[in-house]
Design a protein around this ligand. Structure first.
Ligand SMILES: *Cc1c(COP(=O)(O)O)cnc(C)c1O
Length: 326
């Protein structure tokens, strides 16, 4: 047997060698907001948008262990699903480019096949992702075994990531976010799409607790703000992800579904005004699909008196306004 080659030195400043070179932990930056201060509430922004230029925020955290599992199993293709504006599709395409993996993205809506690609899909395509547009009925059946078998027949063996990238490994990866915030906040606010980030965040916030301690522990509560309409199914989905990832319900978390502003990628004049005001006050234009809705929720809850004076709120900035980075 030949001895293993000497281990390559790890890059300076990071923990375990990370081929994607993520900047972790992300910064936690306190901002002065006089409306919140009037309620005795302190706000800090957890800048997950700064983790990686191509896989911002929670997308990096959710992909990390899945990419390791794909490599471990010898897969050279990632296959996943998303809508036409899916950040997850774009992040998967970028990861494929950086790691030398083939990527296939199934996009909801076969009518899109004949139209020019929107900027998000164009970016995924430029990163080498093969885009396949499927009708909505087929898309709904994407997780069924027959559909997956047909896809691997067509595209070859692939590591399959669910829509939005939320599976048990994604939740375990997102728990790191909670651990980074442990002791730093009383309430952590996060926008919710598919729920994987909230599932992991809440578990990570509770990770320092001994077994048997659950709700009422006095540790931070995670509040998820669904950005889609009719997110009533999400509580069950977050619980399912926690059961798969951690073996049961973990941490203190709840959803507040009043801030979807009409649904996914929809907005209202109230939300637009809020986002413009936030940008003017803090020099950070909130990403409109997720982050602006979460921040609007935080400010509204504060105005409603939901947070006792002295509460430290951490708001997770999961993404960047595409208008900011071009
Ligand atoms: C994907 C995404 C989310 C939602 O994450 P889930 O784990 O799907 O709930 C939140 N914010 C941004 C910017 C995202 O891209």
């Amino acid at each position: 047997m030949t001895p293993p080659p000497p281990a390559a030195p790890e890059p300076a400043g990071s923990g375990a060698a990370d081929p994607l070179d993520a900047r972790l932990p992300s910064p936690l930056v306190e901002v002065a907001d006089e409306r919140l201060a009037a309620r005795g509430v302190r706000l800090a922004l957890k800048r997950d948008d700064l983790i990686h230029p191509d896989l911002p925020g929670n997308k990096y955290r959710k992909l990390r262990l899945n990419l390791a599992a794909a490599a471990e199993a010898g897969h050279t293709t990632l296959l996943t699903f998303g809508g036409a504006y899916s950040n997850h599709l774009r992040a998967t395409a970028a990861a494929g480019r950086l790691l030398g993996l083939r990527t296939v993205g199934l996009v909801r809506g076969d009518e899109l096949a004949d139209r020019p690609l929107n900027p998000s899909l164009a970016r995924a395509a430029a990163d080498g992702m093969r885009l396949e547009f499927v009708d909505r009925a087929t898309y709904r059946r994407k997780a069924e075994p027959e559909t997956l078998a047909a896809l691997t027949d067509r595209f070859g063996p692939a590591y399959v990531l669910p829509e939005g990238g939320s599976n048990a490994l994604a939740a375990v990866g997102a728990a790191e976010l909670g651990r980074e915030l442990d002791g730093e906040a009383d309430v952590v606010a996060v926008a919710v799409g598919t729920g994987g980030t909230l599932a992991g965040l809440a578990a990570g916030l509770a990770a320092g607790l001994g077994s048997g301690s659950g709700s009422g522990s006095g540790r931070a509560e995670a509040i998820g703000f669904p950005v889609l309409r009719g997110g009533g199914f999400l509580a069950a989905e977050v619980l399912r992800l926690q059961e798969e990832a951690f073996g049961g319900r973990r941490g203190r978390w709840r959803l507040d579904d009043r801030f979807h502003h009409g649904g996914y990628a929809r907005t209202t004049p109230e939300l637009d005004a809020f986002a413009a005001d936030f940008a003017a006050r803090h020099g950070l234009r909130p990403e409109p699909v997720y982050v602006a809705k979460m921040l609007h929720g935080v400010h509204t809850l504060a105005e409603e008196g939901a947070f006792p004076p002295g509460t430290r709120v951490a708001a997770v900035i999961t993404g960047t306004d595409p208008g900011e980075t071009g």
